[in-house]
Every structure is written in structure tokens, then in C-alpha cells.
Ligand binder design. Sequence first.
Ligand code: NAD
Length: 482
Amino acid sequence: MDVRGRLFIGGEWTAATDGAEFTTHDPATGTVLATCAEAGQADVDAAVDAARAALADPAWAALPAAERARLLWRVAELIERDADHLAELETRDQGQPLGVARGVSVAGAAEHFRYYAGWVTKIEGTVSPVSFPNTLHFTRREPVGVCALITPWNFPLMIAAWKLAPALACGNTVILKPAEQTPLTSEHLVRLCAEAGFPPGVVNLITGGPTAGKALVAHPRVDKVSFTGSTEVGQEIVRASADDLKRVTLELGGKAPSIIARDADIDAAVRGNVQGALLNSGQVCAAYARFYVDRSRAEEFTEKLAAAVSALRLGPGLAADTQLGPLVTGEHLARVDALVKEGVGEGAELVTGGLRADGDLAAGNFYRPTVFAGVRDDMTIARQEVFGPVLPVLTYEDEDELAARANDTRYGLAAAVWTSDLATAHRLAGDVRAGAVFVNMPPIPDPAAPWGGFGASGWGREMGSAALDVFTETKGVWMHHG
Ligand code: NAD
């Protein structure tokens, strides 16, 4: 595959001003996949200028809502037209099995554009019953302005759509900066936006690493940063945007607890937790990542869980029978492996996995799904986000201890409860601090439901009407009539 990625600024595809480039690799084979433009300060400045100009351009600013809706709907159709190409590109660049790329990433991206196309004509203000005599007060929902959309490498296409679709629905202009490990589907998505007919400068693309991200965040003419990625970078972004008091939305890390109650259907819980923990090889922010199992069911659960994960077929995402693909990079695999070794060192019992795959898979970043038993709350594998195929099993004696243990974390993105008792489900759904609690199901996003976290898992919510709140400013208009 010989791909050359370029920047998209003001409606033009271009190389970096200084000619800098970087390469991306196929995680299944380690071979070079593409060479992409590495944006520098001059490119970021040009992209911000283009986005700023487009914001005031009547071709965008005065476009009727119904026309804006049509553009978003058209992007959804184009994503579906190119679904096979996009899915293959995502699998090659990111590693996820083709079925996941097609059924989750591409389908999710199209659905987001379609969902927000529906919202464009329903972004309404209100009339407020102010007490000042002879005065009408109404609100307008206005675009925030130039938005920097910075995305991670785990679901590049889908997360780009989570941000692009509501930002454009609300009339903003954007600069998308995908992760340097996985820029290819974002580039194609930006091509589709141009083909759909967004005026030049409304959608811009900057590729590159942290330097490009930092330049965007620091830029005084960027109004908003919408970021998905690690908690540490999220904290840096908050600090860097403080001077200008930029609007900031953050979707950060997680360490979701999954509680398996005494009365749970263990076979269903094993199936759902394997899905919930190992989709995209565990490189999911909401992945179930610590399992609190009633002591009386722990042995059965752990045995069945270990059998289920070790039966999964590991392989290149493009192979039809692959259930678990590679990790995104060799560095990430090394990080996962180091955390697994720390688990062993701290005394957890390694039930299965705990090493990279060899033989035919040795050249790629393949890691065997790993189950730990006998895990304590204070162990690193129970506390730190691993973002890989690692499942630590802990036990509990009494349901009353669960909420405090599940909440003993800086994160709060997702949580799961497996039970057939409605009272247990409702009680824990109320007591666990997380942006989303899933009862008897894996963690799935849907454009209609708010997505985001408590605590160090982030600021604000994406999806649903919540995304309209973070991509608009509310203006009050007071009209005195004599
Ligand atoms: P990362 O934070 O390393 O990088 C994310 C993006 O930020 C990349 O585009 C990167 O180039 C850019 N970046 C890096 N440093 C920057 C800086 N100082 N200023 C501006 N931009 C900068 O994250 P990652 O390793 O790509 O992704 C994995 C993380 O993302 C995990 O922690 C995961 O939990 C999180 N995540 C969260 C969600 C969610 O919805 N909450 C979804 C997916 C991933």
C-alpha cells in the first residue's frame, strides 16, 4: 500500500510547508503503510486562518439550516458508499478486525452524521419570562467558532465522526487532528466532507504528532478544543488553554468496573464481559477492566472466562476468521506487557496469557488475552488503565462493599452490573460513579445517548443533545419595546 497523506487547508490538499513527513505502520505486520505530512506551526496557522475566514463566509455562516443538514446527511451516504474502502483502511492502519471496522467504526461514523443531520433544524433557543417591563428576551444558540478536534488511535474514524458531526451541525468550522499512529481514515473522511460540498475552510485537516496538537491548543484564534485521549494529555490541554479560557471538552481514560453478582447468569456474563473487555483487543476507553465477582461464583466465572478468551482466534484484522487483532504499536504492546509483568510481580495469579504471540504472528503486535485471578484492589493492574487485553478478577463477600471499591479510582467513564435482581441493578446503577452504567450488556455507544465521564475521565458529554450544548454558545437578546 503506497499512501501519501496530505494536509487539507482552506479547501486545498497540500504538503507541510517545510516538507516534513512521518510514516505509519501496519500493526499486523510492522511494515510501513503510509507517509503523511507532518504539520508545523506555519501549517497550523494557515489552517486556523482558513477556519476563521470560513466562519464569517456567508457560504457557511448564512447557509440555511436545512442545507447544512443536507450536507451532513450527504457525508453519511458517502461514508456508506465507501464503507468497504474505509473499513479496510481502518483495519490496516489501526489493526481492528475487519468486522469491527465495518460494523462498529464505519457504521458508527455514518450513524453519527445522520443523527446530527436530524438535529440541525432543531437547535432552538428559548423565550425567557423576564420581569423587566415591555421586554422580550430570547436566546440564540450560536456556533462556538473555530474548533480543534484532536482524536486518539483506538477508533480513529468513529471518534472523528463523534466530534465532526455535532461541530458542523452547530455551524462551527473545524480543524481535525487525528492521532499520528492512525491518520488514514480521517483523511478519507475529510475528502468525503469536501465531496459532500462543505465550503472551503469549514473542514480542515492537520496531521502530525503532539507538536501539531500543542500548536492547535495554544493558538489564540482557536475557540474550542474537543479532545479524546489520555488523561495526562487532557490535563496538559487544560493547562495550555487556560490563558485564553478556551472551551474544552475532554473524553479521557477509564478503568471500568464490572460487577458479577451472586445471582448473575454466569454464561451470559462471561460472553458479555469477553465482548466488553476485548473489543478492539481491549483498546477501548470504556472497556471492562476490573471484575468484582461474588466469592461463591468466582471460580466458575474465572474458569469460564479464561477458557473463552484463550479460544479467541488471534490474527491480522484482514483475515476473515480473526476475532482479536494486534495492538496498535510495538510501544503500546511493550507498555501492556510491562503492566502484566507488574501484576505477576505484585502477586496476582496469571491464569492464561501474559505474553506476546509467536510463530506466524511474531512480526505483528499480537498479545495473548490475559486473565488474572487473586487480584487485590491495590495492585497496579486493578488501578491503572492498561488499554489492552488484560482481565483482572477480584472477589467480594458482601454487596455493601461494592460501591466503595468500584468508586476507589480517579476514573469514572463506564461500569457494568451483571445480575437478575432489579433491586441490585438499580442500587448499583445509582451508587457507582460513572458516566454510563450498563446492566447485563457490554459498553456500547449510541449517537442518541450522552457519552463521557466523571472525575479524571473527562469534562462534558458527547453524543445526544449534550453535544449541541458543548458546540454552541448561548446568547440572550433583550428587546425593549417602549
Ligand atoms: P494520547 O493522549 O496520547 O493522544 C491523543 C491525541 O492527542 C493524539 O492525536 C496526539 O497526537 C495528541 N496529543 C498528544 N499530546 C498532545 C498535547 N500535549 N497537546 C495536544 N495534543 C496532543 O492518547 P492515545 O494514546 O492516542 O489514546 C489512548 C487514550 O485515549 C486512552 O487513555 C483512552 O482511554 C483514551 N480514550 C478515551 C475515550 C473516551 O471516549 N473517553 C475514547 C477513546 C480513547
